[in-house]
Design a protein around this ligand. Structure first.
Ligand code: ZN
Ligand code: FE
Length: 254
């Protein structure tokens, strides 16, 4: 499967997945135009739309695309996504024949309560739950919910490519380095991101294994993150550490 991030809106990525026959899936089309342009330029046929959560920057283009292409729209079971044709629960599997793909669906409450991720075909389609070097803001869920969602994601195969909803990696990296200044893998990833962004290239996807080594929100049990939390007055349990990281990130400016 070819995996292509389509820049959209201010800093979103719409993910375009397609096979060598030209059959395509799009994920979180916040607007229709970049998808239509890419389908035309690459001579692809849109076969399905996958949505991770109800925010408009992830679903705003789905209605216009469905008018043109009349494809199934997979989404969380949430009335705020009126356009859905297939509603998914934790543990469901999405099987597509064209392009051939099989995705395991996981409920990941935190950024929103009904957020889901899709894992399969070599990718993790994770919307605004996991970002490269960061995680989504807690608009609806609790720190305990988000941490448990991220921990479930962390147990997936490390070679899955993390396809997240936004280009936030450089800013996330500055916060991550303030937490773990001595993390060499993080230093290397930050350098790589700087190189890519200087060339106007997307910083994602990156393998989940790299996130496990570099992303502080997946590392609340690591010694260096525990040290940082101790110095920042967080109680010594994983949820408190996660909550302290998340609120420090919310306040972080650098
Ligand atoms: Zn969102
Ligand atoms: Fe978003």
């Amino acid at each position: 499967m070819h995996v292509v991030p389509l820049p959209a809106l201010a800093d979103n990525y719409i993910w375009l997945l397609h096979d060598d026959n030209g059959d395509a899936i799009v994920v979180d089309p916040g607007e229709a135009a970049p998808v239509e342009t890419a389908l035309r330029a690459r001579q692809l046929k849109l076969c399905a739309i996958l949505l991770t959560h109800h925010h408009n920057d992830h679903i705003g283009g789905a209605e216009a695309l469905r008018k043109t292409y009349d494809v199934p729209i997979y989404a969380p079971d949430d009335a705020r996504i009126a356009i859905a044709t297939h509603r998914l629960q934790d543990g469901d599997t999405v099987v597509l024949t064209q392009p051939f793909a099989r995705f395991q669906v996981m409920a990941v409450p935190g950024h929103t309560l009904s957020h889901i991720v899709y894992a399969g075909a070599g990718v993790l389609l994770c919307g605004d739950t996991l970002f490269s070097l960061g995680c989504g803001r807690l608009f609806e869920g609790t720190p305990a919910q988000m941490l448990s969602s991220l921990q479930r994601i962390a147990s997936l195969p490390g070679d899955l490519l993390v396809c997240c909803g936004h280009e936030y990696t450089a800013a996330n990296g500055r916060f991550a380095q303030s937490v773990e200044p001595d993390n060499l893998a993080l230093q290397q990833r930050v350098d790589e991101v700087a190189r890519l962004r200087a060339q106007h290239q997307p910083s994602v996807p990156a393998p989940l294994s790299s996130e496990l080594a570099c992303n502080p929100f997946l590392r609340v049990d690591s010694e260096s993150v525990i040290d940082w939390c101790n110095r920042h007055g967080a109680a010594n349990d994983p949820v408190a550490r996660f909550a302290a990281l998340r609120s420090a990130k919310d306040a972080f400016r650098a």
